[in-house]
Design a protein around this ligand. Structure first.
Ligand SMILES: Cc1cc2nc3c(=O)[nH]c(=O)nc-3n(C[C@H](O)[C@H](O)[C@H](O)COP(=O)(O)O)c2cc1C
Length: 193
């Protein structure tokens, strides 16, 4: 049987920061169970924000040709998609939001053109990783609503999340009792179930 393909999408502008560390552990866990893993760093890509030109309503294709083409292609090839973003001003990072808005073409495929948003009917799973500096109730709720919506629009089954509040300095996640271990185990579980 072909190995599962796991795509990690890193949304933080801080390379090697807290969400990057968690994402790396999820990917290491998945790889330890034989999955093929690949991580894309959004901050390295040029992704123009959606212009709401509505061109995608006709063919389900975005007319802006930039690095988003890489994301579309990688998503179509993946079985498991792991989105990682810290909380910034209660939501996901600008890098991740720009990518999400460019899924409007896939929304058009699904709801206007009635075709599969990712080109086929493969069963895909989605997972969310986030951290926030503050320690308040409901810290992740706005981001969770958005991420679950994205996965639903793309026909990706929501498979869970790892959320850590009160984590602010770069690398602080390593001092958490078992966050990185939880991430490794989550990565294993994602490709085992
Ligand atoms: C522009 C900006 C906005 C932020 N807004 C929030 C916020 O609204 N709530 C919060 O808990 N933390 C906020 N933070 C803190 C980050 O979530 C925190 O530092 C996190 O650990 C960064 O993760 P990273 O290392 O993966 O980038 C913000 C940080 C930045 C730079």
């Amino acid at each position: 049987m072909a190995s599962l393909k796991v795509l990690g999408i890193a949304g933080s502008p801080r390379r090697g920061g807290n969400t990057d560390m968690l994402l790396a552990e999820v990917m290491r866990g998945a790889a330890s169970k034989g999955a093929e893993v690949k991580t894309v760093v959004l901050d390295k890509l040029k992704i123009t924000p959606c212009q709401h030109c509505d061109a995608c309503l006709k063919k389900g294709e975005c007319k802006i040709k930039d690095d988003m083409q890489t994301i579309y292609r990688e998503l179509e090839q993946a079985d498991v998609i792991v989105l990682a973003s810290p909380i910034q001003f209660t939501g996901v990072t600008a890098q991740m939001k720009a990518m999400i808005d460019r899924f409007q073409s896939r929304w058009a495929r699904k709801y206007i053109l009635k075709i599969p948003p990712l080109g086929d009917n493969r069963k895909r799973k989605g997972f969310f990783i986030s951290v926030g500096g503050r320690k308040v109730a409901d810290l992740f709720n706005p981001a969770l609503v958005m991420i679950k919506t994205v996965f639903r629009v793309l026909d990706i089954a929501y498979a869970g999340e790892l959320l850590f509040s009160g984590i602010d300095e770069k690398g602080a996640i390593a001092k958490h009792a078992d966050a990185l271990q939880q991430a490794f185990l989550a990565g294993q579980k994602l490709v085992e179930d």
